[in-house]
Write a protein that binds this ligand. Sequence first.
Ligand SMILES: O=C(O)Cc1cc(O)ccc1O
Ligand SMILES: [Fe+2]
Length: 462
Amino acid sequence: MPSTKFAVPEKYLYQNGFNCYHETEAIEGALPIGANSPQKPPYGLYAEKLSGTAFTAPRHENQQSWLYRILPSSAHEAFQSRDSPGYNLNPENKPSGTFHQIPNQLRWDPFDLDESVDWVHSLHLVAGAGDSAMKSGLGIMIFAAGKDMDAHEAFYSADGDFLIVPQHGVLDIQTEFGPLLVRPNEICVIPRGVRYRVTLPEGPVRGYILELYQHHFTLPELGPIGSNGLANTRDFQAPVAAFTEDTASTYTLSAKFAGHLFSATQHHTPFDVVAWHGNYYPYKYDLGRFNAIGSVTYDHPDPSIYTVLTAPSDRPGTAVADFVIFPPRWLVQEDTFKPPWYHRNCMSEFMGLIDGAYDAKEPGRGGFQPAGASLHNVMSAHGPDAATHAKASEVELRPGKVGEGSMAFMFESCLMVGVTEWGLKKCAKVQEGYNRESWVPLKAHFRRPAGMKVVVATLDGR
Ligand SMILES: O=C(O)Cc1cc(O)ccc1O
Ligand SMILES: [Fe+2]
């Protein structure tokens, strides 16, 4: 896997900070001064507002940007439906109707690469909850593509914010706001409505997407940790304005709208933003910069200490989606069973693996592998498999590093997550017997202490 804390290639300039009010101009003087929509914006540009929240959202939640572009986004022909049987992102427009709600623990073998499709056609909904039309819930997708999007094509989703987690290959993402290069061990967020084009400079790509239908991601509170730690604000990178000038050729604009694919033609490039300012923009983050905090005394803490980004529900401390990572880290606790405990969670846990091996599961064929996934739904019992338990409960305890060369992650949600027909059957990756092989072999080690008085009667009266 690539080393973390990547250097930034020169072509890609970024501005740093999370939820910052940025401003950037590709030509000096393109941003109007002291006004958003002057009668004549500089250089004959059009002013266009992109709203990420309601106009009237409270100040601390309000997200919007002003784009200064050669032609407005609205200058396109009518959208036509482009759904096809292969395009399965809630085809019936009734997501809850298409989800299989099942309590079984599920695990998927690595999802296949697919070199025959581009980004737009690479998306497969594997699981989710809620409904993009109601702006509630989330969708979890697997992407696998081998083709560049056409040079004259752009895509956006009206359904939600894409949190993209590449597992294999490099995504060169040309956005309206400027370019982003996103590699495995990095993530990016493309907010609802932002138009972009994905090319693949190093060949096929594969990874995971969490599409958030409601609100936006934010950083978790730090509480007693203090003012730094976990994902630090300055490590989030936003693009700087970069534009092309083309008002002659024909472009295709593809839209994901309520899970359906539409397209429209337009006769100018969608990437004509010469300058922008605002706090609604795409951004990226290098997971290698995550500052993990852990126990330095005893016990295994809750995994919430590894939250990179969170999408809160209306209930404090309860997330519609948390993006949690398990980076290489030192475990130093004394007298502690170091892997995750056995547990049942009122939240659902969808996990993926970018590279390496996850410390709660034995690696290898049929296990939890890079490019695979697992789902432990609401109250579905899980924890280390039998082999991991046997090792961890006998090993001599010393400070040790886990997850070297590895990066597992979890999409955790307060919602019950359903699995699509594609996720359960069509992808043909569900591992039969996952729970049987993982936990049924666990041995009972209980030994009743000899000669000790039973204080409370046992159920069988002994
Ligand atoms: O189930 C899992 O592997 C994820 C997880 C990790 C952990 O350290 C504690 C709880 C938890 O759900
Ligand atoms: Fe768990």
